[in-house]
Design a protein around this ligand. Sequence first.
Ligand code: 16G
Length: 248
Amino acid sequence: MHISHRKGPLPRYYQLKEIMREKINAQEWKSGDLIPSERELSEQYGISRMTARQAITELVNEGLFYREQGKGTFVSRHKITQQLIHLTGFTEDISARGQRPATRVLSAQMCPADETTAEHLRIKTGQMIFTLRRLRLANDEPLALEVSHLNFIGCEKLLEEDLEHNSLYQLLENTYGLTLIEAEQELEAGLISNKEADLLQMPIGSPALYTCRTAYTERNLPIEYARSIYCGHKYIFYTSLKREQLLS
Ligand code: 16G
């Protein structure tokens, strides 16, 4: 089958994008499948390699494909959806999807709070807080890097906890009696840097979602300030919006 200009006003790269999108929707190409090379696509559809490259690049940017250096381009896995309605933690989110959450603790220590963290936790810069760096995985696949800063009386006791096998939120609630009530969260688009690429097993420059979360206890005290980097092609943040009724 050849793509031609005669098919309509749509550019050829766009037609190829739609063909490939259809193959994914029809499950002809499944998550993790290697897609044909630029050369193969150009031969199969009678288009230039540049056109094939443009179509592939756009689907990489949209998160449907991901590239692995030296290996080729693959169909992305179904994304994990984190709803932004209820305050939940990673373990809860992943378990609710029937997947196996796991954690690799990269570091856990008492550190002086930097200015941004101190501002979010409403403490003085330099105050000692508990800082936890974790790699979060679902079904053994790295999903996110998270740095959580925690401040509460006795937070240094967290140094003795097994944070590799326990959910932080469950520990806070069940062991420390701290009830999490609400959180503020910001999302920003970004790219995976060389520092993170190895841990997340992603090529440098892959799309990423950067988030900042401040979580509060019942007395409106900020207890956690967390910065996370999620693999962009594996994650969707979902929120539902209601239009405010105008009062007459
Ligand atoms: C989520 C939170 C993170 C929190 C973690 C607790 C975001 C962006 N981050 O990943 O701030 O520390 O859940 O998970 O949502 P855990 O209870 O499994 O340790």
